[in-house]
Design a protein around this ligand. Structure first.
Ligand code: AMP
Length: 124
């Protein structure tokens, strides 16, 4: 069990396979701690996923268990990916667990931009 109550890390998940180079991705940035690539099913003109290189199921696991260096390196990569959109703005989001609808059990942050994104969440 991961700290978030989700199943343990599955090294067969699709993002783990991308990290191992078994599946291609449209890479945006790679650093020591992170990989960023375009979402295969974009919800906005810019929709980029940023993932840490370590084996973390969710935001909860990552922030509880990763080293300070890995956490800083990851968020620095998120900032770099967003830099071209700083004029117009962007949104970052991470789904954690069932209620959030997390599909891929490797921690990731979505970065959306390229159009006005509307309200953050529907009320209710
Ligand atoms: P989440 O619901 O937060 O787990 O989001 C998972 C995201 O991964 C979705 O937006 C998918 O479109 C995206 N995705 C799934 N498979 C791939 C892939 N092979 N390459 C890029 N994005 C993917």
């Amino acid at each position: 069990m991961s700290v978030s109550g989700l199943p343990p890390y599955d090294p067969g998940n699709i993002f783990a396979r991308i990290l191992r180079g078994e599946i291609p991705c449209k890479k945006v940035l790679e650093s020591e701690h992170a990989l960023a690539f375009h979402d295969i099913n974009p919800l906005s003109p810019t929709h980029i996923l940023v993932i840490p290189k370590g084996e973390w199921v969710s935001a909860a696991d990552f922030h509880a268990g990763a080293s300070a260096e890995a956490i800083a390196g990851f968020w620095r990569a998120v900032g770099e990916v967003g830099r071209p959109l700083e004029g117009s703005g962007y949104r970052i989001l991470s789904n954690m667990g069932v209620d959030a609808g997390q599909e891929v059990p490797h921690f990731h942050v979505h970065l959306f931009g390229g159009r006005p994104l509307g309200v953050m969440l529907k009320r209710g």
